[in-house]
Design a binder for this molecule. Structure first.
Ligand SMILES: [Zn+2]
Length: 315
């Protein structure tokens, strides 16, 4: 495989990941579990049908991929998947109609008689509309899942899914209400300064420790806030970089988004978002904010900007 192919595969993978309305710590946790081969055997995806359908596709592809890192986009399983012809993806989506007993019985029959040991995904869209009768039929596959079988359930309203089903699934909320982060006090006031900070960081002219100080100085008594604003902004830059303008949150800053998206490498942006989320989770572990910010800025500069010539080397 030459480098061009490798890069395309990487971008394809990033593009899928970046399609989420927001990259959250929950998503990262699920991602890390999946990367470690520990996909929960039953996942209940809550959220809009668009968001859950995309996440379902992604997890199913990852589960069935035989290459590395999954989904590799190149193995036979990935090709079948992309063509929509993978034989081991079963979907129960009765397009608005009720999911009936016979549908589920057919599904269970197929699971029971699948080729030995083979991996299989079944998708049940609209789990919040399941009748207790149908849900009871499914419980066994959720409780004692046959090995190699991954159940992906989706529900616009996960709190309406029957408790017997819900309690047996890893609940993952794909899109959170837009108010959770942006409605924080001070978020809007900090945004212009964070945009300017990102510009400076990308230009690579300021020392990482100065970058850390200036970011923390934006809200010294509330160290998590600049990180929330920065993560939200970097996600938008990444969306623009990938040509995915649909999910942008900060449309009023479109000129800045486009300007910065041209300067920042895709992979660097993905790393930068991870670094911000890492720094935020370390704040709750009582790491001193100054040290935490400094570590983040050193690594972010390395990922996103070309270093200054006179910059000292950090371990
Ligand atoms: Zn693959």
């Amino acid at each position: 495989m030459d480098d061009t192919l490798r890069n395309e595969a990487f971008v394809r993978r990033v593009r899928l990941f970046s399609e989420w309305p927001r990259q959250t710590e929950d998503l990262r946790r699920l991602w890390e579990l999946a990367e470690a081969g520990q996909v929960p055997h039953a996942v209940l995806l809550g959220g809009s049908s668009h968001a859950t359908a995309e996440m379902t596709k992604f997890l199913a592809n990852m589960w069935l991929c035989t290459g590395e890192p999954a989904p590799c986009g190149e193995c036979p399983a990935c090709r079948w998947f992309a063509a929509g012809t993978h034989p081991d993806v079963l979907t129960l989506d009765v397009a608005g109609a009720d999911i009936r007993v016979e549908h589920v019985k057919e599904l269970l029959h197929t699971i029971a008689y699948r080729p030995h040991g083979g991996r299989l995904v079944y998708v049940l869209a609209g789990a919040d509309a399941l009748t207790p009768l149908v849900a009871n039929l499914l419980l066994k596959t959720l409780e004692e899942p046959p090995s190699g079988v991954l159940a992906l359930l989706t529900a616009e309203h996960p709190n309406r899914v029957l408790p017997t089903v819900r309690s047996r699934c890893f609940l993952y909320q794909t899109d959170l209400p837009a108010t959770t982060v942006e409605a924080q006090d001070g978020f809007a006031a900090l945004l212009p300064a964070v945009i300017q900070w990102t510009e400076t960081m990308l230009e690579g002219r300021e020392h990482p420790l100065e970058l850390a100080d200036s970011l923390l100085a934006l809200a010294p008594s509330e160290a998590a806030l600049p990180l929330d604003v920065l993560a939200s902004w970097l996600r938008d830059v990444l969306h623009v970089r990938l040509g995915d303008e649909e999910h942008i949150q900060h449309r009023a800053w479109s000129d800045d988004l486009h300007k910065q998206a041209q300067k920042a490498p895709t992979q660097g942006l993905v790393q930068a978002i991870d670094l911000v989320l890492d720094a935020k989770s370390r704040l709750t572990a009582h790491v001193a904010p100054q040290y935490n910010y400094a570590q983040m800025c050193i690594r972010m500069r390395r990922a996103c900007a070309s270093p200054c010539k006179d910059e000292p080397r950090f371990a």
